[in-house]
Ligand binder design. Structure first.
Ligand code: FMN
Length: 180
């Protein structure tokens, strides 16, 4: 097993308690593992509850618990964002997370892959487009392949994706991300 030579971090992009995004993030970590790469998952449910009031703007860098996540993001070379579709875009908490990170050092010259998931039929396509704009603004290059996992709850059984085409898309993206 290579020890995360790519220095990849997977971000599960919501803090909703019953979210499916963390399961998709763990599945993605398993696919990377099959390619010999160990990548940690940053689960936004781990954000400190006082995050909005105690870790942003003039208080940036002062929140000990948040700084653990902040440093992990700064040290990464590549990101995988699991992006659930909320109201036709990505969750607000994901933008709040991005706004709390060190700019531009966290992003400039880095690379990212996006995976969209949704209850409906869009698979976060607009969300990934919106999020690509933000990453590009911050200086991060985004991989062109952006799998869209629609009707996710019908294709997820616990920690297993049951829809083979979704797994194939993720496999392809994993290999492309490693070579990116
Ligand atoms: C605030 C909110 C808004 C949502 N908006 C949409 C939406 O616009 N389109 C859609 O297909 N699903 C929408 N959903 C459902 C999510 O896509 C669904 O919960 C899916 O499992 C991915 O999100 P999760 O990681 O929170 O589970 C929404 C869910 C929440 C909590």
């Amino acid at each position: 097993m290579r020890k995360n030579p790519e220095n990849i971090v997977i971000i599960s992009g919501t803090n909703r308690p019953d979210a499916l995004s963390p399961a998709v993030a763990r599945i993605y970590a398993g696919l990377l593992q099959q390619e010999g790469v160990e990548a940690p998952v940053v689960d936004l449910r781990e954000l400190p509850h006082d995050y909005i009031h105690s870790a942003l703007y003039d208080k940036a860098g002062q929140h000990e618990a948040f700084n653990v996540l902040r440093d992990r993001m700064k040290q990464a070379d590549k990101f995988v964002f699991i992006i659930p579709e909320y109201n036709g875009s990505f969750p607000g908490v994901l933008k709040a997370f991005i706004d709390g990170l060190e700019f531009p050092a966290t992003f400039r010259g880095k690379k990212a892959a996006l995976v969209g998931i949704s209850a409906g039929q869009m698979g976060s396509v607009q969300a990934m487009s919106h999020f690509t704009d933000i990453l590009n603004y911050c200086g991060t290059h985004v991989l062109a392949r952006k799998p869209r996992l629609t009707a996710i709850e019908q294709h997820l059984s616990g920690e297993r994706l049951t829809h083979q085409p979704y797994l194939e898309q993720l496999h392809k993206q994993v290999r492309e991300l490693i070579a990116f």
